[in-house]
Design a binder for this molecule. Sequence first.
Ligand code: VG1
Ligand code: CO
Length: 542
Amino acid sequence: MTRTVAISPFPDQKPGTSGLRKKVPLFQTPGYTEAFIQSIFDSLEGMEGESLVIGGDGRFYNRDVIQIAIRMAAANGFGRVVIGKGGILSTPAASHLIRKRQAFGGLILSASHNPGGPTEDFGIKYNISNGGPAPEKITDAIYARSRTIDRYLIAEFDDVDLDKIGDFEADGMAIEVVDPVAEYAELMETLFDFDAIRAHVAGGFRVAFDAMHAVTGPYAREILVRRLGVDPALVINAFPLEDFGGHHPDPNLVHAKQLYDQMMGPDAPDFGAASDGDGDRNLVIGRGIFVTPSDSLAILAANAHLAPGYKAGLKGIARSMPTSGAADRVAAKLGVEMHETPTGWKFFGNLLDAGRCTICGEESAGAGSDHVREKDGLWAILLWLNILAVRRQSVREIVHGHWAEYGRTYYSRHDYEALDTESANQLMAALDGKLSLLPGRKVGSLTIEKADNFAYQDPIDGSVSRNQGIRIFFEGGSRLVFRLSGTGTSGATLRIYMERYQPDPTRHDEETQSVLAPLILAARDLAEIGKWTGRDAPTVIT
Ligand code: VG1
Ligand code: CO
């Protein structure tokens, strides 16, 4: 039986960089979650009888929203829902399931690296049939619909038992509860040489992994421990918790500090890695050396041919605009296309579908390939392990060898979190307003060459996305980028991205923040950070 429930629209359901992210109490407001899901369904056409994949990162409220989504899918005419057992699906595993089942789309319930719990964050994202995040055309339509929506449709049946694998039925809709790991693990086996990695591990190569009490726990236990022989004692925080144990499931040097300290300490393992709340990010640390995500992307691209799934070479590489230019140098050497897109994985979908790139990445610890349409934390970790198993060198040797060949791009991101939204907008507007005056100006020891506000035209469908971040280029090849985060749930976050290229191998051992000091000062000066934010230092440095 389907019920039609009258509602008033909520004014704030605009999807950000990656879906709608809000505090749990807001999602619990009567009708709020339903209004957003109905706005998604109302923006789609042709779902009658089709399949919908549903899963999330296991955070607080995940199970409740899954029950709502199942009932609403039935009321809106879907023929089948495919759900991860326990409501669990990592974002890349959900992307894979959508593709494998030729589903119409999927609902991914996650706020990724944001904290979880009754007063923390929740999120809902819609992915299309290619397995990737809905492009802006669809997210804009969802938002427009949410402004006028006046009812939602929901079927009335008992809660589905999410903990029992199998095929069920309710109100004429098929309900399939699947093992969230099995099909993803099979896909990984087709891409990587598990025998070689297993042999390397058996030979004494020690791998540490921090699942941050988030979704990758079950994936790591199955793939790293059971299939590859990694020592389970080195796989920490491996069981998902609704509040991630009170931490932010953000694999950076602040929140994955336990792993970082271990990797920098005496008797460190050979390779350390972590993933985020929903399993799409990766952090890679070698013994005594942190690999920046921008470098990691470049190194993975340069060595991907060593893994069976990529032995034919790459069709191209894509990176988000704020990501460093390190990968561009690899693309140039390989003679393949390089694409620069706005922040967020949704911009890679068309390029991947059209065969214009094989590997993509972002400075925010995201890398992935055309095997799915999301970034994929464990994929990046397995590709690293495959490369290490073939090259039989340490992470440090591989990274330094890469710099010697291509030059080193010193890179850092400074985040100013929880700013007053109005002031943050003013800061960006003021900077934007003076862009045309900047070329030729000296800031400290640096001279500005050009400055713009990044706009992207998708080469496949021609759509244009403007206002994607302010770029300031300096003579000698250094760059500053300013943008506001589109994933936060309280106030605004200003992100400042800094990079400086150093071709000289005798200068590859310097401390990143000191190398970037002139850029850090220039950023403060140009954006008048103190004046607009009242802050004299960033909250997080990555
Ligand atoms: C951040 C990152 C961006 C990433 C996005 C979603 O967005 O900067 O690179 O694609 O998070 O990742 P923003 O707008 O806050 O800078 V995830 O792992 O949160 O799905
Ligand atoms: Co994520």
